[in-house]
Write a protein that binds this ligand. Structure first.
Ligand code: CAA
Length: 240
């Protein structure tokens, strides 16, 4: 049996493309999701990839969910921390709840998931952690103090952990997408979205498959010398 990959938020948007690309590359894939049962059922019916429901913001749920995945497929070799949410608001209007929800999912969720696969990866002397950050974690974005903080935090988290995992062949990397044609970006008001696209040198939104390709590369056995790095895939919008 091939390696086992677990993708959070793996039944929709960028996560769905990552799940499918890993499956096509020969992995046994589990896709976690938090809320949208209908989308998850449709995804499983179309792809044959089993979905598992829990919130990455809940540490105990992550532990139990990962145990369920491992009972079905075997130990997780590749964890893709993709689950993420937005609660955009200019800071003077941002509520403590909007701050907490985004940090709990996008940053603490990455801790919750990674912490529960880390020991096994160290013991087996192989692991790949790939976390999906964002161009807005690199450059900051108006109305996203919460989201930008969480996504910048994901990069710092990964750089620290890369140093801890290296000796045991556990790599920790980041992919930082720009604006990709997903529900999240399509929810941005049309006028604002058009203004954003005008700032992207390639002149279009990215495709989820263009992010998935980078993840498959970082997950591969051949990428073992790459750790602590961030691959930006943003159409030239920002260089870091
Ligand atoms: N820079 C400077 N000013 C901006 C701005 C920007 N980027 N965007 C909006 N503004 C200004 C507006 O011009 C407006 O100013 P005026 O009042 O003078 O006209 C003001 O901010 C808007 O203030 P409002 O009180 O009306 O704002 P609101 O409470 O209605 O919130 C918003 C609107 C949430 C900011 C909305 O414009 C929005 O959603 N913007 C997009 C934010 C964004 O890019 N989010 C990314 C989502 S996709 C994603 O996150 C995926 C990824 O990783 C890339």
């Amino acid at each position: 049996m091939g390696r086992v990959a677990l993708v959070t938020g793996g039944s929709r948007g960028i996560g769905a493309a990552i799940s499918e690309a890993l499956k096509a590359a020969g992995y046994s894939v589990a896709a976690n999701y938090a809320g949208n049962d209908e989308a998850a059922q449709k995804f499983t019916a179309e792809t044959g990839i089993k979905t598992y429901k829990w919130s990455v913001a809940d540490y105990d749920a992550c532990k139990a969910g990962i145990a369920a995945v491992e009972a079905d497929l075997g130990p997780v070799d590749v964890l893709v921390n993709n689950a993420g949410i937005t609660r955009d608001a200019p800071f003077h209007k941002m509520t403590p709840q909007q701050w907490r929800e985004v940090i709990d999912t996008n940053l603490t969720g990455v801790f919750n998931m990674t912490h529960n696969v880390w020991g096994g990866m160290r013991d087996r002397k192989f692991g790949r952690i790939v976390t999906i950050s964002s161009v807005n974690g690199q450059k900051g974005q108006f109305a996203q103090a919460n989201y930008s903080a969480s996504k910048a935090g994901d990069i710092g988290f990964s750089r620290a952990l890369a140093q801890e995992g290296a000796r045991n062949n556990v790599t920790v990397n980041v992919v930082a997408p720009g604006y990709i044609a997903t529900d999240m970006v399509m929810a941005v008001p049309e006028k604002v979205r058009e203004a954003i696209i005008a700032q992207i040198p390639v002149g279009r939104l990215g495709e989820a498959t263009e992010i998935a390709r980078a993840v498959v590369f970082l997950a591969s056995d051949e990428a073992g010398f790459i750790t602590g790095s961030t691959i930006s895939a943003n159409g030239g919008q920002f260089f870091s």
